[in-house]
Design a protein around this ligand. Sequence first.
Ligand code: PAF
Length: 283
Amino acid sequence: MYQATSVIELRQYVQHWKDHGQTIAFIPTMGNLHAGHMSLIEKGRSLSDRTICSIFVNPMQFGPNEDWDHYPRSLEADIEQLEAIGCDLVYLPTASELYPDGLDKISKVQVTDLTDNYEGAHRPGHFTGVATVVLKLFNIVRPDVSVFGKKDFQQYRVISKMVEDFNLDVQIIGQETTREPSGLATSSRNQYLDAQQKEKAAMIYRTLQQAAAGIDRGERDFRALEQDAIASLDDAGFKTDYFSICNAETLLPATPEDRDLVILVTAALGATRLLDNIEISLW
Ligand code: PAF
């Protein structure tokens, strides 16, 4: 596997591959790679000739009370996993090259509408940081396709909208969430859960499945379904931030006329905020 740290170096590899008519898949990450990331890389590999993964803990998407310094970093293990799965190149940008004049001076990408609620409301500025770094990375790498995990469903929609709004020439692929046998979505944050919490955390997906089954059976009082789900999670010891039945495209509260839905949930167990979602098609 090749490694590049500078834009010039990275572009040399990409240009060489493009000159040989090869297509490129790109998977941006913040490292601390797990099975979920590996499924993104595998998807990229299945869709293109070359697969590039970036590892960059992007300071712009961390809020003032979020711990950029303590974000888990495991570069050696990440590189081993990427080699083993057949990634062609790992790009390790430096903050000084991506943000040469600091975070305040650089132009920023604001994706409208989709960023007001849910994680956008909980983490002001977060999606601006995500969209800005992803746009920069797309322009540096110039991939044909880029794969995002649907576990972060709002992020996946924000990136898709940025690509539409700015006519970017890259295809965005949403990859299904990887789960543990219990149903718990794979996440870097699972490492903060003890064994008992981990068992309990599986309730989040069960609750999503129950609500989805209700909707499939024809229940249309979405607000009542949301309240029931929040009550049962909170009764079990979660602190539920939101459990929202939404239109899967706009992320607005779903109406009975909507056909493509997603239920977004974030619930904290102790100090750990867990995100998950389920898509429902009523066609
Ligand atoms: O999902 C992530 O790991 C990050 O938000 C991303 C897309 C790599 C941007 O920094």
